[in-house]
Ligand binder design. Structure first.
Ligand code: FAD
Ligand code: NAD
Length: 466
């Protein structure tokens, strides 16, 4: 039996950061991993999915600019895209990440961890105890809806879609969220014929114009969009094809089917029942990431369902790692809103980029969500194409921007940009929302000419001078 100050279960991007920040805070930490150190984001999510998309994005960017367009005479090299994706996943070899863990002074325990008692974790039969805390950072897994025949058809989840070796000729995608929209964009551009069936519109938690612009572009790319539809049955035929019957009665036959209908918490086999917590549910935590009803178990990253994003999980990890160390060593706590030991931004300002064509970049509240929260909302819209910087960037620029202003406080509570490569516009909005920069002060933050950031000036102009 080994005793640590803290045992972190799950060495995804988030678990690594909890362990690192607690170690830097002075604790002796073990990090347990059942699969690859680096987790979903490095090997089956963010990095490979963005690598599958990036070459087409760059090619589209060049084709949208006269002079460069004429120089693009070849087709996308699909094998080169897959090879580049493989380099981003280090060919699914985690040795460099394991080296980083050792270098950070953290003990890596390989194996499946089970919580076998309060502050007690068993890894493949070996019992370890934690003097102060255990952090469950076990992430999430793909949700398979209960559709007759679906499980038997051996559908792809995001794991198969991001680690694909040969692009299928045709792909059925079920879902209309971020994974479905990004993978429809990637696969159609990599040469597959894609059909997408979603029971809602696309990107339903975003401003409505985001999903509409992405839907228009997917249709232009050739994706067969079936919105407000869901599968009623699925069959893998004896020839290996997949027949999907949709709620509108149509049948779509494809080589593969990808299910992208949301996530489930990885808490079903964690031993939570041994400490009186319901397994299989998301971990419910306070703003210091401490699981409700305990004084020793933390839930960080996807598993707590606050924001299923790598950057937001890592933000939580910085707070959790430090607060665990501070509590253990009796140091001063900073748990007031926006203090170092709480993840306040999870509730006020979560940034997200959807890497479709066009990209969707948003932070904070949509107009609808703000109104539902009782905010006195003023919505400011502007056509992103009508800015000098965007017309220089692309001869065919299409885009839209929106600010959601809290009229009582005169600050921005939400921002959305939709357009080619708008992802790097987002952080300025995140700073404005988090810092609650007064609108009249924003007039003094002058965007450079001629950049797409001049959209800020146009939006302020539309809102009106103070
Ligand atoms: C296709 C796709 C694309 C995405 N793209 C983006 C993106 O572009 N940007 C972004 O911000 N987010 C993106 N996300 C979301 C992002 O991947 C997750 O938010 C992030 O991976 C969560 O990190 P985590 O450390 O909480 O969990 P994970 O990365 O899932 O790590 C959990 C780790 O715990 C291990 N584990 C689980 N149970 C045990 C156990 N009992 N014992 C030992 N080890 C265990 C697992 O093996 C895993 O390595 C994407 C998600 C998907 C599916
Ligand atoms: N770029 C990024 O930041 C990025 C990329 C990918 C994933 N992610 C994260 O991963 C998480 C999971 O993404 P996701 O797209 O799997 O889930 P999601 O919850 O975002 O979307 C699920 C979609 O599936 C649809 N759906 C559900 N059941 C259905 C059914 N039976 N038939 C048809 N449609 C159905 C829903 O209407 C919804 O559109 C997200 O929360 C996101 O934060 C982030």
């Amino acid at each position: 039996m080994t005793t640590y100050d803290l045992i972190v279960i799950g060495a995804g991007a988030v678990g690594e950061n909890v362990a690192d920040y607690a170690t830097r805070g002075g604790l002796k930490v073990a990090l347990v991993e059942a699969e690859l150190v680096g987790g979903e984001c490095s090997y089956w999510a963010c990095m490979p999915s963005k690598a599958l998309l990036m070459s087409s994005t760059v090619l589209d960017g060049a084709k949208a600019v006269g002079g460069a367009r004429e120089a693009v005479t070849g087709e996308l090299d699909v094998q080169a895209v897959l090879n580049r994706r493989d380099s981003f996943t280090s060919n699914w070899d985690d040795s460099s990440q394991a080296e980083w863990v050792a270098g950070a002074g953290i003990d890596l325990l390989r194996g499946h961890a089970t919580i076998t008692g309060v502050r007690e974790v068993t890894v493949d039969g070996e019992v370890h105890t934690a003097t102060y805390a255990v952090a469950a950072v076990t992430g999430s897994t793909a949700l398979l809806p209960d559709v007759p025949g679906l499980a038997e058809a051996e559908p792809w989840t995001s794991r198969e879609a991001t680690s694909v070796k040969v692009i299928p000729q045709s792909l059925m995608i079920i879902g209309g969220g971020v994974v479905a929209a990004e993978m429809a964009t990637a696969y159609q551009q990599l040469g597959a014929t894609v059909t997408l069936a979603s029971r809602s519109g696309l990107l339903s938690g975003q401003e409505p114009f985001a999903g509409e612009l992405v839907a228009d572009s997917l249709k232009e790319l050739g994706v067969d969009l079936r919105l407000s539809t869901s599968p009623t049955s699925v069959l893998r035929t004896e020839h290996g094809l997949v027949e999907t019957t949709l709620s509108d009665g149509t049948v779509v036959v494809t080589d593969e089917i990808l299910v992208a209908t949301g996530r489930l918490p990885r808490t079903d086999d964690l031993g939570l029942e041994n400490v009186g917590i319901e397994p299989g549910d998301w971990l419910h935590v306070d703003d210091t990431l401490l699981v409700h009803g305990t004084d020793w178990l933390y839930g960080v990253g996807d598993v707590n369902h606050r924001a299923l994003l790598t950057h937001q999980g890592k933000y939580q990890a910085r707070a959790a790692g430090e607060v665990i160390a501070a509590r253990a060593l009796g140091k001063e706590l900073h748990t007031e809103p926006w203090g170092a030991h709480v993840a306040t931004a999870d509730l006020a300002a979560v940034p997200q980029v959807t890497f479709t064509t066009p990209e969707v970049a948003s932070v904070g509240l949509t107009a609808d969500a703000a109104t539902k929260q009782g905010v006195d909302v003023k919505v400011v819209d502007y056509d992103l194409a009508a800015v000098a910087g965007s017309s220089l960037k692309s001869d065919t620029y299409k885009g839209q921007a929106r600010l959601v202003v809290d009229e009582a406080k005169k600050v921005i509570v939400g921002a959305t940009f939709v357009g080619p490569e708008v992802s790097d516009l987002l952080h300025a909005a995140t700073v404005a929302v988090v810092a609650e920069v007064p609108i009249d002060r924003l007039w003094h933050a002058v965007p450079s000419y001629p950049t797409v950031s001049e959209i800020w000036l146009r939006l302020l102009d539309t809102y009106g001078r103070p």
